[in-house]
Design a protein around this ligand. Sequence first.
Ligand SMILES: [Fe+2]
Length: 299
Amino acid sequence: MSRRPLVGLLYNPTVPIVLDAIGERVDFIEIVPDRLWHDLGIRARHRFRRSRSAVEELRRYAQGRPLVGHGVGMSLSSTMPLDEQLLDEVVASHRTLRYRWYSEHLGMLLAPDRGIVDARPGMGLPLALDDETLDLIGGKVRRLGAALGTRVLLENSAMFSAPLHHDMSEPEFFNRLYRLTGCGMLLDLHNLHVNTRDRGIAADDYLAQLDPDIVVEIHLAGGDQSIDPRADSLSRPMLDEAWQWASTWAPRFRNLVAITYEYRESHHRRRGLGGIGHELELMQALAAGIGEARATGMT
Ligand SMILES: [Fe+2]
């Protein structure tokens, strides 16, 4: 793999417009596999209805670029067993699209009672950061990695409510999960920003506590500042603060292989190609700087 981190985009229906116009700024594409099918729920006889046209469009526009999977449905932190049906569907999509690696979120996205179909709170819930949760997630991460035969990353989530009890900080939890399972971290700097503002987390302390070897991918995004608590809406330009963190910290992460820009379709309409292109340009410059420093042995 290249010593220079790749710059990618999280795929949405407007990404083809970006690829057509300024595709040279996009090295890889990240896909939410859950958007490639309709999930009719665990009680449905034929639960997953695949969108063949979505997969075909994706392949057409990827044009040989590496693809990366970024799942939103596993909720590995929930206390119920791994959703084996969903896992099978993710594995099937991996067979078709050959993800370089696969990520999910640390936050809890499913309520524990699987008797309720689609029991989703609609936002990432915080979890208890203790040994029990570490064992629970560690087991599922191993199972997911073995089923996919590819590396698994977990992303820090934006927390919309007060945290549950903690026996360890979130960075320490990620560090221990890495030592236990080899699971890397997808560091989302916008989510960190949300937690800085809404949950009082000190960003520099958080970043300094992370074992620099665990960060494999960074997510950059812009959220909506007009609502409180600030949502992970991914609909605005990148915040200066998050960009500063990226510029300062990304060069220190020796195993960083990818920097990904997340935006929603609405962001494309708001800022247009120029705005998205500008952010991709900044990311490419950051990646190039890291690549040069690595080549000269400065990191
Ligand atoms: Fe993210």
